[in-house]
Design a protein around this ligand. Structure first.
Ligand code: NAD
Length: 260
């Protein structure tokens, strides 16, 4: 095992991924931050991450709707930082529409970012982890990887797929010192959810406060948003050696949603 872990967190310029990158940087890991914004747009964020710990912070830009960029992502990280032993597949997008109205392009884009990218990254990272005899893969799925909601067909299908991919990979490398798990959050307050609140308020002609209480938090028994930092703490735990026997799990962090 490497003295200082090298981690890639996809979609870490915002929301949950950013909280995870902050946590891993504060643990002095080398962190590859990924997004699809320009280098200039994320320069302040990268500086702030650098100030949190002693590890290196490297920004990689890749549009995960582009399969060539997606397939090349891990290789770019390995070239820049010298390896990879933690992979957090977190990048994700949402599209709300009935199946009848779901545009095929939107379906393909969502699948590319939420499911295909995780497969490409795992395929790239696993040989390095096997060679090093240690690894952690954490796939940020969703409560929608365990339960469905109407009008989210591509998202629910991709997240269920990601949970299945997680279990399969866990079995393939169970004897290699590598764990593979999925985290299944309920609603977390991030820009992705803020946009859904805005959209739903417009569609239903009600206030954003009403959308939050009547629609968004309706399935979440705690009636509170999960905070991105709660997910980051769970990722940190899964990266520790205390979590070496947790593999192939889909861990809900959802205020009780999937208990129903
Ligand atoms: P967010 O919108 O705040 O961040 C998404 C990240 O993905 C950003 O860094 C963005 O740059 C990146 N991204 C988006 N499209 C991309 C593309 N084409 N190529 C490369 N990168 C791209 O979202 P979030 O709420 O922090 O969500 C992060 C993950 O957590 C997603 O997989 C999401 O499905 C999952 N999740 C979120 C919630 C929630 O309530 N927020 C709940 C359950 C699961």
């Amino acid at each position: 095992m490497r003295a200082r872990h090298i981690a890639l967190v996809t979609g870490s310029t915002s929301g949950i991924g950013l909280a995870v990158a902050r946590k891993l940087a504060a643990m002095d890991f080398d962190v590859a931050v990924h997004g699809f914004e320009s280098d200039e747009a994320v320069a302040d964020q990268i500086r702030a991450l650098q100030a949190l710990g002693d590890g290196r912070i490297h920004y990689v830009r890749a549009d995960l709707t582009d399969s060539t960029a997606s397939i090349g992502l891990v290789q770019e990280v390995v070239q820049a930082l010298g390896g990879i032993d933690i992979l957090v597949n977190n990048a994700g997008i949402q599209k709300v529409s009935s199946i009848a109205d779901f545009a095929e392009d939107d379906w393909q884009r969502l699948m590319a970012v939420n499911l295909d990218a995780a497969f490409h990254a795992m395929r790239g990272a696993l040989p390095h982890m096997v060679a090093g005899g240690w690894g952690r893969i954490i796939n940020v799925a969703s409560a929608h990887g365990l339960r469905a909601s109407p009008f989210k067909s591509a998202y629910v299908a991709a997240k269920h797929g990601l949970v299945g991919l997680t279990k399969t990979a866990a079995l393939e490398v169970a004897e290699k010192g590598i764990t593979v798990n999925a985290i299944c959050p309920g609603y977390v307050w991030t820009p992705l959810v803020a946009k859904q609140v805005e959209d739903q308020a417009r569609v239903h002609g009600i206030s954003e406060e009403e959308v939050i209480s009547r629609i968004i938090l309706a399935p979440q028994p705690s009636k509170q948003f999960v905070q991105p930092e709660e997910i980051a703490e769970l990722v940190a735990y899964l990266c520790s050696d205390w979590a070496r026997s947790i593999t192939g799990a889909a861990i809900a962090i959802d205020g009780g949603w999937t208990a129903k």
